[in-house]
Ligand binder design. Structure first.
Ligand code: HEC
Length: 198
């Protein structure tokens, strides 16, 4: 009777040791596998061909042109010498340029173009003040080239905008640099001052 009573207890002890071992081994397996302790089959969906957020699109296959895409192969300096801005400088173009600038360029170049966006203020990229005479005198074609091709730390946008959209942004930059257009007010420096006081 007493033996019968003790056996189940012994059995339970044996079970809990086994359980502890299973938990320990599972923990080791989990910790040794990569990516936030996920098991290899847990990240099948993560490792896939899709584009990640903000990833730049792959260049088109050699010798092909995507639909609706106008090829452009000039260096920024060449573009500065050869390209003429075909987009009439006026409220419509500047307004369209403003929308694109505020969505894509503001983070580095700041609302007014002085380079005081949150990324520009951080400092390590060397975002220039686009309102200096040097950049005011930069040929419009070169600015087109810079936006299309990018620069050393400046991202390229040729894959993202149509040529007309890039010229709209060029016109908006001219507006920020002091070229007036009817009915539009230049953004003020308020944001910049608040930031630099911190
Ligand atoms: C990630 C930060 C960043 C963003 C976003 C960015 N730029 Fe720039 N930009 C730079 C830096 C840094 C430079 C200085 C030159 C270089 O490093 O290539 C620069 C330079 C420039 C210049 C001067 C180039 C020259 O040599 O004449 C222009 C014009 C310009 N950017 C326009 C734009 C426009 C328009 C956009 C949005 C479509 C934009 N940038 C978005 C960082 C940025």
């Amino acid at each position: 009777m007493s033996a019968r009573f003790k056996n189940p207890v012994k059995g339970r002890k044996g079970n809990s040791t086994l359980l502890a071992m299973v938990i320990f081994i599972s923990l080791v397996v989990c910790l040794l596998s990569n990516k936030a302790s996920a098991l290899p089959w847990d990240i099948d969906m993560y490792k896939q061909e899709s584009y990640k957020a903000n990833e730049i699109a792959r260049a088109p296959a050699k010798g092909t042109v995507p639909l609706g895409f106008t090829p452009f192969k000039m260096t920024n300096d060449e573009a500065g010498e050869k390209l003429k801005n075909p987009q009439v400088f006026g409220t419509n173009s500047v307004w369209r340029g403003q929308r694109l600038y505020n969505a894509n360029c503001w983070a580095c170049h700041g609302k007014t173009g002085v380079g005081d966006g949150p990324v520009g203020l951080e400092g390590s990229l060397g975002v220039p003040n686009l309102l200096t005479d040097f950049y005011k005198n930069s040929p419009e074609g070169k600015v087109f080239g810079v936006i299309y091709n990018g620069g050393s730390n400046m991202p390229r946008y040729g894959f993202k905008f149509s040529h007309a959209e890039i010229w709209d942004i060029v016109n908006y930059l001219k507006f920020l640099q002091g070229k007036d257009v009817g009915g539009m007010k230049r953004p003020t420096q308020k944001v910049a001052k608040e930031k630099s006081n911190k």
